[in-house]
Ligand binder design. Structure first.
Ligand code: ADP
Ligand code: MG
Ligand code: ZN
Length: 349
């Protein structure tokens, strides 16, 4: 009799915020551009250059936190995460360690009509790194344009159990970002990328299995394939009586297989400490109140309203509200005099 396995997944989702300027300097965040033209002494890590926190980043991160049921830590700070990487010229990344801006949220979503939820452990802000371009003739060249583009990282609890759940969770994150207007959500440009942490355990087991992490997946399809592939690989190991090693693996979506990259690093390896160049962040009650007041109607409420106000099916309402632009088009069509059900059929068909 063969054993039954449960997949356990936690995601770390990185989202590039749609601010005009970078997180600690006034360079442009525009995608592309000639290499190393959106740069200055701050974002290229010149000695003595001082970062100044972009207030919009704090605002956007808090908006996302409020929309996902998080507590906003009104007193928080920026920390240095030390590591060397060729596209991170300071040799540390400014991030948040023990006091993230938002904590303890929950995101609800549906898979085949069944409601699921995934808890958010935290949301913190941090700076993106540059990009390495591997060229056959010139070798590896570095473009610092992306260095210092603001990111939020959302870390989930290990509450997801399949590629379908991971996909619908991410779709809901994407929808929420679009409603809040804080990210362009262009996954093909890397605006949203996820690290997949995955383990398997025998159904009924109380303890988690050993997990692996696959970093920087930037399409829903790649994420789904990586989950399927890694689940199979781990089950095979266990069936052979071997152990899963806790490590970071690189998923190669073309080969549809993964290989080990490095053993998993621990928080202590990064030697986090508060960034001495940045004062602590103190968010006022009034600011939090204004964020709450300005929150737009989100997908869930909108979908309910479409059903009660326009008599749409849950299915149609769900499709129309999945994207802010589509919902706006639907509402404008009705305002212009169209019958709601007819408009819904046209727009979803
Ligand atoms: P680290 O700081 O080493 O990256 P965390 O404890 O913060 O580790 O967890 C990172 C991610 O891994 C989270 O999304 C979490 O839900 C997930 N995770 C933790 N343990 C497991 C496990 N046994 N199986 C699957 N995912 C896990
Ligand atoms: Mg991690
Ligand atoms: Zn700059």
């Amino acid at each position: 009799m063969s054993k039954q396995y449960e997949t356990v997944i936690g995601l770390e989702v990185h989202v590039e915020l749609a601010t005009k300027t970078k997180i600690f300097c006034s360079c442009s965040t525009a995608f592309g551009g000639a290499p190393n033209t959106h740069t200055c002494p701050v974002c290229t890590g010149m000695p003595g250059a001082l970062p100044v926190l972009n207030k919009q980043v704090v605002h956007y991160a808090a908006k996302m936190g409020k929309a996902t049921g998080c507590t906003v830590n009104q007193l928080c700070k920026a920390d240095r995460k030390n590591y060397f990487y060729p596209d991170l010229p300071k040799a540390y990344q400014i991030s948040q360690f023990d006091v993230p801006i938002c904590e303890n949220g929950e995101v609800f979503f549906y898979v085949d009509g069944v409601k699921h939820s995934c808890r958010l452990e935290r949301i913190h802000f941090e700076e993106d790194a540059g990009k390495l371009l591997h060229d056959e003739i010139d070798g590896t060249i570095v473009d610092f344009n992306r260095c210092g583009v603001p990111l939020i990282e959302m870390v989930t609890r290990p509450d997801l159990h399949s590629s379908a759940e991971a996909k619908e969770f991410l779709e809901m994150i994407k929808t929420t970002l679009s409603y809040l207007d804080i990210c362009d959500c262009k996954m093909e440009e890397g605006s949203m990328r996820a690290d997949v942490n995955l383990s398997v355990r025998e159904v009924g087991s109380e303890t988690f299995g050993t997990r692996t992490e696959m970093k920087n997946l930037n399409s829903f399809k790649a994420i789904a394939r990586a989950i399927e592939g890694e689940r199979e690989r781990q089950i095979e190991l266990l069936e052979e009586g071997r152990a899963v090693v806790q490590e970071t693996r690189r998923w190669d979506d073309n080969k549809e297989s993964s290989h080990a990259m490095r053993s998993k690093e621990d928080a202590k390896d990064y030697r986090y400490f508060p960034d001495p160049d940045l004062p602590p962040i103190d968010i006022s009650d009034a600011w939090i109140a204004s964020i709450r007041k300005a929150q737009p109607e989100l997908k869930k409420a909108k979908s309910k309203r479409y059903q009660s106000e326009y008599g749409l099916s849950a299915y149609d309402a769900d499709i129309l509200t999945a994207d802010k632009a589509l919902a706006e088009l639907f509402e404008n069509t009705i305002k212009a005099g169209a019958a709601p059900k007819k408009a819904a059929n046209w727009l979803t068909g």
